[in-house]
Design a protein around this ligand. Sequence first.
Ligand SMILES: Cc1cc2nc3c(=O)[nH]c(=O)nc-3n(C[C@H](O)[C@H](O)[C@H](O)COP(=O)(O)OP(=O)(O)OC[C@H]3O[C@@H](n4cnc5c(N)ncnc54)[C@H](O)[C@@H]3O)c2cc1C
Length: 394
Amino acid sequence: MIYKIGSLGVEKLSLVTVIGAGPAGLRCAELIANEGFEVTVLEEHTTVGRPVQCAGLVSETGLSELELGLNQEDYVVNSIYGAKMVSPHNVVLKVRKKKPVAQVIDRFKFDQLLYKRALKAGAKVALGTKLIDITESSLFLEAKGRGELMKSNVVVAADGPNSLVRNTTHPKIGGESFVHGFQYRVEGSFDKKMVELHFGSYAKGFFAWVIPESETIARIGIGAKLGQDIEKRMKVFMQEKKFDVKILSKSSALIPVINPLKQLVGTNTLLLGDAAFQTKATTGGGIVMGLNAAEIAAESVANNLKHNSPLKEYENNIAPVNKELALHWKIRAYLNSLNDHKLDDLFAKAKNAGIEAFLEEHGDMDKPSRFVKKILLKPRLWGLAPTAMRFILG
Ligand SMILES: Cc1cc2nc3c(=O)[nH]c(=O)nc-3n(C[C@H](O)[C@H](O)[C@H](O)COP(=O)(O)OP(=O)(O)OC[C@H]3O[C@@H](n4cnc5c(N)ncnc54)[C@H](O)[C@@H]3O)c2cc1C
């Protein structure tokens, strides 16, 4: 970082500034630094990866396709082989594969590993430094109770679901586009190979989950539309399912759940990760999608700095990610349109049609386009064709 005396006192200068040291911001910074460009990450918290506000379930394919250069043993706490999905009145779909389909990760360790890689690549990370305002290339910061001014040619906003950059530079997005996520880490007895997804009016607009870390520890959580007492809903869910557990800790945060944003680039800003609504609206998972998008954003920033190509390139190159995200949103919007009885009917119809065996063979947590069309090719599943067509045709 270079310092100079500007009209408002000492100004810091950085060629590229990434706001937010979450997975998306750190990965993007690492890749930009690898291209030889000066990049500074600003993070309001004093420790990367804290507080943890995530269930940490990541698809195995997503992780391996990303090629992050990390050893899974360093951050994976459990391997998941399948899912039990429970409808409001207990129609159960069970999908179980022979190999792990997903990993439960330690988000603190994962973020710390990405942090170390970003530093090793040459990125600078300013912890305890909060962006408080932004106008074009000027960033107004607060660090250790003092105000600072920073100038940057390019700003990557990876500042999470409440993104200050997005709220400042884009039209406001209402609360209806978020789900309130709430989670307990608990001690009890669990099938460590299976996650559970529960649908019902306690989790209106989303679902509740059980993600085991081991046979005795799990992350039990719930998401629901904003404006409802989420902890109360969690209690209703826990009572209804008669969980016999000891609560170890709790956390809560927003999950963006809407169609992906199309306008991601401002004059010199790019939105990335949760800030750009790059989360899967079906499950709220944003780690793999945000990391995918980070690669695309880093390439667009590097091309801008090397060849002066427009940052808008990012909006074109992100199209394949957005296509999958849009499909997740269509599925979510459809599920949200069903009342509890209709959800039961859908589960029963899908079960009778053999969806469990189909998903065991073709299911994909991140890319529904990989299996939705295949439903039409299986005569047994033709009963679900009208539902599948809804997602294919839009
Ligand atoms: C309850 C819950 C469960 C979830 N479970 C899963 C799951 O199982 N699998 C999955 O894939 N995803 C899950 N997610 C979503 C996942 O956590 C996010 O998609 C992911 O963390 C997004 O990464 P990011 O880097 O875009 O943003 P974040 O991880 O939110 O990082 C943003 C960073 O920016 C910093 N920041 C914000 N504002 C400022 C500012 N003004 N100045 C400086 N720094 C700032 C924040 O402190 C933070 O460190 C879950 C989310 C919730 C809430």
